[in-house]
Design a protein around this ligand. Structure first.
Ligand code: SAM
Length: 282
């Protein structure tokens, strides 16, 4: 029968995977960190019992948290990644030829360490000299660094523990100030089936601060409900108004120019989540 792991996504619903073996398990200073080898999705990183990433489907999340913003900004030279200790977002940012520096602020050194050990295809970007890793709190970092970044990508865990403050209005205000005058940011904003209120709140908070606010989605099978959302705030450039041209030699598996625009087309029940504010603005 073998060993099965279930992430309880709600009190009454979960996702179950067959586990071949546990590669690592420890309580870090911040969270319970586990890496397991699964039959279906390769190695899987878990924090506090929640799936963070898997070798098989990580590309959908990492490409979609990165490329819509990076292809919207015409000159993304300095990019900040908050969280994202597995390294996948950093790897995607490095695919952009104009990027000169990637700063990553990850609170838990152990996530980086064990991603390097057990998720080498995801953490590969850490070897690049353009990457500067700071082990620290992303919330403090953005408040201490003003008008510095072209793009900020918030690759956080769910809003529990150290990442709870990464979903607050004060954090989005700090991001606005940490961006240059034409900066863009994206935050993962969970799923519309089990966390509709979170999407609503994040969108409304970002809408209060940024002149352009957009919500978009991607399909990520090992995340709750499989339908994931991202919230984008931009000071100047609208992702729906730009012409996306992807270099032919850029290795991508999910993101295409058509996906760029299509991802912003929301099912009606998601449109409802952000409707009040959108209407008020018009
Ligand atoms: N893609 C994942 C998801 O949506 O579930 C997120 C993965 S990534 C591993 C999230 C990272 O954010 C974790 O490594 C965690 O340690 C980090 N993190 C949480 N709170 C943070 C904070 N305040 N500052 C910096 N990093 C933080």
């Amino acid at each position: 029968m073998g060993l099965w792991f279930t992430e309880k996504q709600t009190d009454h619903f979960g996702i179950t995977v067959k586990v071949k073996e546990t590669l690592h398990s420890e309580q870090t200073n911040f969270q319970k960190l586990e890496v397991v080898k699964t039959e279906e999705f390769g190695n899987m990183l878990l924090l506090d019992g929640l799936v963070m990433t898997t070798e098989r489907d990580e590309f959908t999340y990492h490409e979609m948290i990165t490329h819509p913003a990076l292809f919207t900004h015409p000159n993304p030279r300095h990019v900040l990644v908050v969280g994202g200790g597995d390294g996948g977002t950093v790897r995607e940012v490095l695919k952009h030829p104009l990027v000169e520096k990637v700063t990553q602020v990850e609170i838990d050194q152990k996530v980086i360490e064990y991603s390097k050990k057990f998720l080498p295809s995801i953490s590969i970007g850490y070897e690049d000299p353009l990457v500067d890793v700071i082990v620290g709190d992303g919330f403090l970092h953005i408040h201490e660094n003003k008008a510095k970044y072209d793009v900020i990508l918030v690759d956080s865990t769910e809003p529990i523990g150290p990442s709870a403050k990464l979903f607050e209005l004060g954090f989005f205000q700090g991001i606005y100030e940490s961006l240059k005058e034409d900066g863009i940011f994206v935050a993962q904003s969970d799923n519309p089936w089990f966390k509709p209120d979170l999407i609503k709140t994040v969108f409304q908070d970002v809408f209060e601060i940024f002149p352009i606010t957009r919500l978009y989605t991607a399909n990520i099978p090992t995340y709750p409900s499989g339908l994931w959302s991202f919230t984008l705030g931009s000071k100047e450039y609208d992702p729906l108004q730009v012409e996306v041209e992807i270099p032919q030699d850029m290795e991508l598996f999910y993101y295409t120019a058509n996906i760029h625009y299509a991802a912003f087309q929301l099912p009606r029940f998601m449109q409802e989540l952000i409707k009040i504010r959108t209407l008020k603005r018009v």
